[in-house]
Design a protein around this ligand. Structure first.
Ligand code: PPS
Length: 288
């Protein structure tokens, strides 16, 4: 498998070389967005795959066939990945594009193009837990070591894809400058249909009750866990070793409580307060 040990550095962030080259990253940074593009922006493990599935169902008006027959990375390709140039559907009337890149790389082009941006964020304690488990499964990411070691690196912002704090502050800092809808993983949990309605209003994409019913059924954790087009079981074992865990791992809110020691939680809370306390951002999850 290619470039499994390579690390790329771009815009001050390290990224796995298996997925990204300097060329693919430069292509992303200069990509000509269109006003009709819909961009899902996330820090990893924040609900990206869930949002890809929800938008697939909204756009298909509840028809599950695309979601069940086309891998999610073709339905909503990652802007910064090597394969994007071939995957982006230039002829499509509405292109669905996914990115983990920081706002500082993409915001100017997005502002100019007036593309729609959906930013999905999640309680960073749950992000850290989910990312840790994903490192064990994804062979293109470094060995995470113990959870404590990984958490230290997550808080320092030295993990691949950079600092969670910078990512969230960067993107939410753009919320009045971009045509952006901000959604949290926790809101999707609490009220999937209500959030889907909010998405449909933002996208100008009417949603009938039957569409919502199909979406609710198909985008449930159980349905997505069993959907090979969304659960990454199509990826060969040398790249994602599913004997080490599932991509669709638990899908719950608050799993951090089963992983964090009181000391880890206290350290996390202190840094969170320092970084986010005065940021004036709408952060919609309980930290305690
Ligand atoms: S990635 O690698 O960045 O694309 O990962 P991402 O999709 O952002 O995040 C993966 C986590 O989202 C959970 N997930 C869901 N939870 C609830 N319901 C649904 N339908 C759902 N789909 C994905 C997935 O299980 C990962 O979280 P954890 O906590 O690891 O289970």
């Amino acid at each position: 498998m290619e470039r499994m040990e390579v690390t790329e550095t771009f815009a001050g962030v390290t990224l796995p070389g298996h997925l990204h080259t300097q060329e693919s990253l430069a292509f992303a940074a200069t990509f000509p967005f269109r006003p009709t593009d819909v961009v899902i922006a996330t820090y990893p493990k924040s609900g990206t795959t869930w949002m890809q599935e929800i938008l697939t169902l909204l756009f298909s008006r509840g028809d599950a066939v695309p979601a069940k027959t086309i891998p999610n990375w073709e339905r909503a390709p990652w802007l910064e990945q090597i394969y994007f140039r071939d995957a982006v559907r230039d002829a499509a009337a509405r292109r669905l594009i996914t990115t983990h890149l920081p706002a500082r790389v993409l915001a100017p082009a997005l502002q100019q193009s007036k593309a729609k941006v959906i930013y999905v964020a999640r309680n960073p304690k749950d992000v850290a837990v989910s990312f840790y488990h994903f490192h064990r499964l994804a062979k293109f990411l470094p060995d995470p070591g113990s959870f404590d070691t990984f958490l230290t690196r997550f808080l320092e912002g030295t993990v691949h894809y950079g600092s969670w704090f910078d990512h969230v502050k960067g993107w939410l800092g753009q919320r009045h400058l971009l045509d952006m809808l901000y959604v949290t993983y926790e809101e999707l949990h609490q009220d999937l249909c209500g959030t889907a309605r909010r998405l449909s209003a933002f996208l100008g994409c009417p949603v009938a009750p039957e569409t919502l019913a199909a979406l609710e059924q198909h985008c449930s954790f159980a349905a997505m866990r069993d959907n090979a087009m969304a659960n990454y079981t199509l990826i060969p074992r040398e790249i994602m070793d599913h004997s080490q865990g599932r991509f669709m791992r638990k899908g719950v809110v608050g799993d951090w409580r089963a992983h964090f020691s009181p000391l880890q939680a206290a350290l996390f809370d202190r840094l969170y307060q320092e970084e986010m306390g005065d940021a004036g951002l709408p952060l919609r999850w309980p930290m305690a």
